[in-house]
Design a protein around this ligand. Structure first.
Ligand code: ADP
Ligand code: MG
Length: 647
């Protein structure tokens, strides 16, 4: 399989290189060159849009910035090609950072607005700063010399092809690495990312900066390719086109980016040429029909679901024959195709083809061999030598939501090496306590110290890295990632490799990556999920998802593990398994705080139990004494009997 793909890639690359020899027409060479240049930008944009799930409307601006950096350096300073390319990458990455640092504090529509404003400002600046950019006149430049040799059309094409492949390899390596997993994780569940020590904010900015760098490279190549740049190329329309290319081609896919680039370059030209459009629309209709038939026969889709794409593409072909000229209809057809994609091809063309043909994503989790997975016993590393005494000490914790005191003056002391139960009726503040301990909420008042250091005011990722791991009452997995990748996100802290290590696959990166893959398998084995390592987390049964969350939390090498109702929704055999796992965790020296509604679980496992009611601590002590405490019984009787408290 892997060899097959390599051969396919080599054949494709050879075809790309041979194209200008087979087809000597400069028009087509230039067209393919433009597609490749756009593809480089889209590789980068996909990191932001596809992986981290942010919307950027600023990429046309970054593209323009790259083009003008090269243009100005070449015309004003006579900079050589390599200097211009590297400077463009550097300048756009820098501007990307300046844009991202404040912009990514906000999300959703705000981010789109900020990036849109950025793109507009760049365009205006290029227009107005005529002393460097020549303003609306634009800049003319020549094809560059490389190492003393003047490149002609064809040689420049080859340069672009080589840079495309290099970009592809670098992007692919980034996305396969711990960095790529961080990008994907923060989209899957921001709160879980932070609690696994992967700072959502930092990695959003990181993704944006990398993406901007690719936009810069792409822009500078575009300047040489067109030999003329002017401000109005880098407008709003282009930015929308880029975004649609990613979505249409298929996000989280390099092939998708290339397909997307091809579409946005060819489609406008296609709509200018009615003859050509007729052929293509018929071809498309046939393709859609075949895919639909295959999809229905393989029971990947119902005939009803497939009806609209099929009818739509046939109607488009019909329209192409009915119309004499496309020019007036260009924009409308463009719009209809866009709508069609957004409604029916949400995973893009690549996703659609993959689905229809039942090709699953390659399940290679990492490039390293997975031999020699550690035994379960090695999986959980032993926490710092357990001196007795308090690991965690909270005093006078107040958490106020408006008028509601979810936690009211709560003291909590957790002994090192113990399993500490936290119980109470629904809404009594148990989960709130966990959120306060993990930095998701900052307490209104009170102090919390963990291993002698204060936790108040520190970020979730910082707290996680200092040794507190957790699971969530509502499971927070990275759904589109495999079980093993989920655990590998928890192992993010074990990587010291940077972007250069990842791009070059240095020995350090290979070592760390191999160790993390092995360790992740060991942890999966520890919770009994090793056979599901390559399954996407969202496809696991609920009980297994809860176990996976525990494995992921253990990957942090925590001193303290917080479990928020781990048995909720589990079947009786699953609960037994869970109890055994929690015991094993404790044997490895990890301290546990356990929120649980199943009283048999709490009573059989906990060394100490704290009871909350309406945000206040009403009892604390050994399980047996707490169970017979009158205040506790009364609190539970307000709802149900203590033994019968539902999950
Ligand atoms: P439980 O003990 O069931 O885990 P919680 O800690 O989830 O209880 O909730 C305690 C109380 O705090 C509830 O009344 C809940 O509605 C309230 N609460 C929790 N989080 C928030 C929030 N972010 N905003 C407002 N109220 C909240
Ligand atoms: Mg809760």
């Amino acid at each position: 399989m892997k060899v097959g793909r390599l051969v396919l890639a080599l054949v494709a690359f050879a075809a790309l290189l041979l194209f200008p020899i087979g087809i000597a027409n400069n028009y087509y060479i230039h067209l393919l060159e433009t597609i490749m240049i756009y593809a480089i930008l889209l590789f980068g944009l996909d990191i932001v849009v596809g992986y981290t799930g942010q919307v950027s409307l600023g990429h046309a601006g970054l593209f323009g910035l790259g083009a003008y950096t090269a243009g100005v350096l070449v015309t004003k300073l006579g900079a050589p090609l390599l200097v211009a390319l590297i400077a463009s990458i550097g300048v756009t990455a820098l501007f990307g950072a300046v844009l991202a640092l404040p912009a990514l504090r906000v999300t959703g529509p705000y981010l789109a607005m900020v990036t849109l404003a950025f793109g507009t400002i760049i365009q205006i600046l290029i227009n107005e700063m005529s002393f460097v950019t020549e303003g609306p006149m634009g800049i003319k430049l020549q094809k560059p010399p490389l190492l003393g040799h003047q490149l002609d059309e064809r040689e420049f094409y080859w340069l672009v092809a080589v840079l495309l492949v290099l970009s592809l390899i670098v992007v692919h390596r980034i996305l396969r690495s711990h960095l790529g997993r961080a990008f994907e994780a923060l989209r899957g569940s921001p709160v879980a990312s932070d609690c696994m020590g992967v700072s959502v904010y930092r990695y959003k900015v990181y993704a944006f900066v990398i993406s901007a760098g690719f936009a810069g490279l792409s822009g500078s190549l575009y300047a040489y390719s067109e030999q003329y740049i002017s401000p109005n190329t880098y407008n709003f329309e282009l930015t929308v086109l880029f975004l649609l290319a990613v979505i249409m081609g298929g996000r989280k896919s390099r092939v998708g980016a290339m397909v997307g680039a091809t579409i946005i370059v060819l489609l406008p030209k296609l709509l200018d040429d009615v003859e050509m459009f007729r052929y293509v629309s018929v071809g498309l209709a046939v393709l859609v029909l075949i895919s639909a038939v295959i999809a229905v026969r393989r029971e990947r889709a119902t005939p009803a679901q497939m009806a609209i794409p099929v009818v739509g593409s046939i109607a488009l072909a019909g329209l192409a024959f009915w119309l004499d000229a496309m020019t007036d209809w260009r924009l409308s057809i463009f719009g209809v195709i866009m709508l069609f994609v957004v409604y029916y091809l949400q995973d893009g063309i690549v996703g659609f083809v993959r689905d229809a043909l039942n090709l699953r994503r390659s399940k290679v989790v990492s490039d390293v061999s997975l031999d020699g997975a550690s035994t379960p016993a090695d999986a959980v590393s032993v926490a710092a030598a357990g001196s007795d005494g308090e690991l965690l000490q909270a005093s006078g914790v107040l958490m106020q939501f408006g008028g509601l005191k979810a936690l009211n003056n709560v003291d909590l002391k957790v002994r090192r090496g113990s399993i500490h139960g936290l119980i109470g009726p629904n809404g009594s503040g148990k989960s709130t306590m966990m959120n306060v301990l993990t930095g998701i909420y900052v307490p209104t008042a009170g102090s919390i110290s963990f291993g002698g250091r204060s936790l108040v005011g520190r970020t979730s990722s910082d707290i996680a890295l200092s040794g507190i791991a957790r699971t969530f009452q509502n499971v927070q997995l990275f759904g589109e990632m495999t079980a093993q990748q989920n655990v590998q996100v928890g192992l993010h802290h074990s990587f010291a490799s940077n972007l250069v290590d990842v791009a070059l696959h240095t020995p350090r990166y290979r070592r760390e990556s191999a160790a993390a893959a092995t360790r992740a398998l060991g942890l999966l084995k520890f919770v009994g999920l090793e056979s599901l390592a390559l399954e996407e987390a969202r496809n696991l049964p609920y009980g297994k998802q809860r176990l996976l969350e525990i494995a992921r939390a253990l990957a942090l090498d925590p001193q303290l593990l917080l479990l928020d109702e781990p048995a909720a929704g589990l079947t009786a055999p699953d609960i037994k398994e869970l109890i055994a796992i929690i015991r094993k965790v404790r044997e490895h020296g990890v301290t546990v705080i356990l929120i649980e509604h199943h009283m048999d679980v709490v009573m059989s496992m906990c060394d100490t139990v704290t009871v909350l009611d309406f945000g206040q601590k009403i009892a604390e002590g050994e399980p047996a004494s707490v169970q017979s405490d009158e205040k506790v019984i009364a609190a539970y009787l307000g709802g149900q009997d203590i033994e019968a408290q539902p999950a």
